[in-house]
Design a protein around this ligand. Sequence first.
Ligand SMILES: Nc1ncnc2c1ncn2[C@@H]1O[C@H](COP(=O)(O)OP(=O)(O)OP(=O)(O)O)[C@@H](O)[C@H]1O
Length: 201
Amino acid sequence: MEVEGVHHAYGRRVVLRGVDIRLAAGVLCGIVGENGAGKSTLLKILSGELQPTRGVVRQGGRFGYCPQHVVLNDALTVQQHLRFFQRAYRLADLRYAEEVMDVLGFADYAGERAGVLSGGTRQKLNVTLALMHDPQVLLLDEPYQGFDWDTYQRFWDLAVRLRDAGRSVLVVSHLAYDTERLDELWRLDDGLLRPDRAVAA
Ligand SMILES: Nc1ncnc2c1ncn2[C@@H]1O[C@H](COP(=O)(O)OP(=O)(O)OP(=O)(O)O)[C@@H](O)[C@H]1O
């Protein structure tokens, strides 16, 4: 995925002022920035949910997008969500989804309606729905919000595993914890992305 000169404004509020980034295969990349810096706006543009005011986004292959705000249907069970997305992604089975559920530790909730799940469990489902078709490019907006410590650790293990399997993983957060797990770290500030630290992979 390649992004060149992306600008975005909401009315007169300019949020992005020329963002460039290249997300290579087999790279685990982080973007940090203060609240309101424009991180979610950038991810919405990368995922195609939002059209930039100006600039180019080039992407190839399957991608998975985990939005910051969980989008679930409270009346449907976890299993029904998986089936719905299985159809949308045209998957033959749910084996990989079930593997991700095991890693995130919520396989026991398959029969529960989304409306009764705890915030952290809703987020686990949100992440699973973004991952279950094994995308080549993964865009994760504050993916570990509400996770307990164990799940948080397992989430990072999974992110590293996906990176090692050649996927591009982009994690956006307002907190820069665990930066040693990342290959690249960028800071979004004043509408521009600047390298915070670059580690040779
Ligand atoms: N639909 C919108 N209309 C108008 N302004 C918006 C809209 N969405 C976001 N903004 C504004 O754009 C700026 C960037 O918002 P964005 O959600 O991208 O920031 P963020 O870095 O993801 O913040 P946070 O860490 O709090 O999630 C903020 O000032 C926000 O108020």
